[in-house]
Design a protein around this ligand. Structure first.
Ligand code: SF4
Length: 507
């Protein structure tokens, strides 16, 4: 089977989805090949030199090779200004490569003004009109070679982000026409969200033979094993063989790893993960440490990226007991353990470089209304303990939730200012209402018109704190604050939290 990660997503680490599938398939005796069409696709675009008139683009094209080399070297990450300049120059060249097409691409996103990824009819049209897509010449050049070496006629496309949807359909349209004998399977996070949406109807039967929901390992194995008449399954760690590990846009390998799926808290209001009903399953802490030790021995990664919605405290304790001697980072819930300096110090010794914390609000009332299960006093203690232990924090804040007004947003601003010295990076988001969240019934829905595949709905804010007012507050008050601005300025452009733990200049 050929497993493909389509463009476009951040190309700083190997794709987790197809690596997990490869581990499972190969461990169960089935052959597969991995193709990261995302990384290769972006490098292909960077080779499509245009003839720019402006000085910035000329400089960006001239320095592509040099900047890519720098982005893969540690030195660049010690100086924020040089890092930002190199990233923005590469991005400039990528953006320029889209001239003459209806699409726009950057290092983290891909859009096309002629097709909406929220609309099934637009996606089907993208599949039909695949020849007009910017990636078509690249797909046409690479696929015959990749398919020549396949033992069977199965192709899997892993679609995790909205920014991958259009090129996945372009790829599928091309494959259906040129290689009609192949069976096409699509899966991944975005496909799962579609399949779990209320009122989902599959309009893609002419493009994909199978759509797979949730973590695809078991489903894929069953699909393939029907053919091979074998039904046993054993757990195997991800397998990164065939991926061009030296080519990713990072200084060394960043290893994505899932110790769990779903969320062990699973209670926050409006959480898309909860709304999708993903069950919580986790590997034993010992299994995780064994997998990591073995992957570290063979691949020598620079950093481990835990993809869990929240790293379980039990896993943190095991990582302290059996340190992997490699830096790692991921999402964690603020817990009693993280308020304890000794625990955080041990966690740092275990390799923990940065924790991403979904704090969301500086108002206890808002946190309680969302059933976040954290209290602000504990959050401040945790920020202090982490900072003292040398673990960076990447704090996520959410504005415009139904329980918030300007007054609570101001409390979030005050909280951030009070803790500005302890916060390494900040992510600010304006609340989106997931279409399938249970809590949507409590709100007056304003508009579902984003397209039949749209995952969010517009609503009338019950306390009048609408998106326009939220955005104005963020621009005029929050981002402009002299203690907050520097935190936002050190956020790595485009790569954000993926590169943040590598920024040795950050505190
Ligand atoms: S902790 Fe995160 S993933 Fe878990 S329920 Fe809350 S928002 Fe959702």
């Amino acid at each position: 089977m050929l497993l493909i990660s389509p463009p476009l997503a951040k190309a700083c680490e190997p794709p987790a989805g197809i690596s997990r599938l490869a581990g499972c398939l190969r461990g169960n005796g089935l052959e597969c090949t991995l193709w990261d069409a995302n990384l290769e696709g972006q490098l292909y675009l960077l080779e499509q030199r245009q003839n720019p008139a402006d000085t910035w683009s000329k400089r960006a094209y001239k320095n592509i090779g040099d900047n890519l080399h720098k982005l893969r070297s540690r030195n660049l990450y010690t100086n924020n200004d040089r890092y930002q300049r190199a990233v923005r120059d590469i991005n400039r060249a990528l953006t320029q490569s889209c001239q003459g097409f209806s699409c726009s691409a950057n290092l983290a996103d891909y859009q096309d003004s002629a097709f909406s990824p929220h609309s099934s009819s637009d996606l089907l049209r993208a599949a039909e009109e695949y020849r007009n897509n910017i990636f078509f010449p690249f797909f046409r050049k690479r696929l015959p070679h990749l398919l020549k070496h396949q033992a069977d006629q199965w192709i899997g496309i892993s679609v995790n982000y909205l920014s991958q949807a259009l090129s996945a359909f372009v790829l599928a349209g091309f494959l259906k026409e040129e290689y009609p004998a192949y069976t096409l399977v699509a899966g991944g996070g975005l496909i799962t969200s579609w399949l779990r949406s209320p009122g989902w109807q599959n309009r893609f039967t002419d493009v994909f033979d199978h759509l797979v929901e949730g973590p695809g390992e078991t489903a894929l194995l069953h699909l393939l094993q029907q053919k091979n008449n074998n039904s046993t399954e054993k757990y195997c760690p991800p397998d990164f063989t065939d991926l061009p590990l030296a080519d990713y846009l990072s200084p060394g390998i960043i290893l994505p790893y899932n110790a769990s799926s779903g969320c062990y808290w699973n209670r926050c209001a409006f959480c898309p993960e909860k709304a999708e009903g993903s069950p919580y399953t986790k590997l034993s802490a010992k299994q995780v440490c064994d997998d990591l030790q073995s992957l570290i021995r063979t691949l020598k990664p620079r950093l481990i990226h835990f993809l869990d919605n929240g790293i379980a405290p039990s896993l943190m304790k095991e990582m302290i007991k059996i340190p992997v001697h490699t830096d790692w980072y991921g999402f964690a819930r603020v817990s009693q353990e993280l308020c304890d300096f000794d625990f955080c110090r041990d966690l740092r010794r275990s390799g923990c470089r940065m924790l991403k914390l979904g704090i969301e609000s500086g108002s206890q009332e808002v946190l309680d209304a969302m059933d976040k299960g954290i209290n602000l006093q504990q959050v401040e203690q945790a920020l202090q303990a982490l900072h003292r232990a040398g673990i960076m924090s990447y704090v996520y804040l959410l504005f415009g939730t139904p329980a918030e007004t300007r007054q609570e947003a101001q409390q979030t601003l005050d909280f951030t200012v009070r803790n500005a010295d302890l916060i390494s990076f900040l992510n600010l988001a304006v609340f989106n209402l997931p279409r399938n969240s249970e809590e949507r019934h409590e709100l007056q829905i304003h508009d579902f018109s984003t397209g039949d595949l749209g995952l969010y709905a517009d609503f009338i804010h019950p306390r009048g704190w609408n998106r326009k007012a939220v955005r104005r507050f963020l621009t005029d008050d929050f981002k402009a604050h002299p203690l907050i601005r520097p935190i936002l300025q050190r956020d790595p452009p485009f790569f954000t939290s993926n590169h943040a733990p590598l920024m040795t200049a950050a505190k």
